[in-house]
Design a protein around this ligand. Structure first.
Ligand SMILES: [Ca+2]
Ligand SMILES: [Ca+2]
Length: 74
């Protein structure tokens, strides 16, 4: 499990290596307290739709602050 997470983290890092992480409050453009997939892609253009889907750990279709920050810090 740890190895898998490390591998996922490393591949994400290589993709987003020089991306500037955008803070949750900035990424949440409409300020409703959740970052939609569209907002996340605008804030983190180097993130793939697969990474966004994986980041939505509770499967509600949007990223909460902890979900977003886990993605942004990859
Ligand atoms: Ca929002
Ligand atoms: Ca979610």
């Amino acid at each position: 499990m740890k190895k898998l997470l490390l591998a996922v983290g490393l591949s994400a890092f290589s993709i987003a290596a020089h991306a500037q992480a955008v803070e949750f409050v900035v990424a949440d453009a409409d300020g409703d307290g959740a970052v939609t997939m569209e907002e996340a892609m605008a804030a983190l253009p180097s993130v793939s739709s697969e990474m966004l889907a994986a980041a939505d750990t509770n499967g509600d279709g949007v990223l909460s602050q902890p979900e977003y920050e886990a993605l942004a810090s990859q």
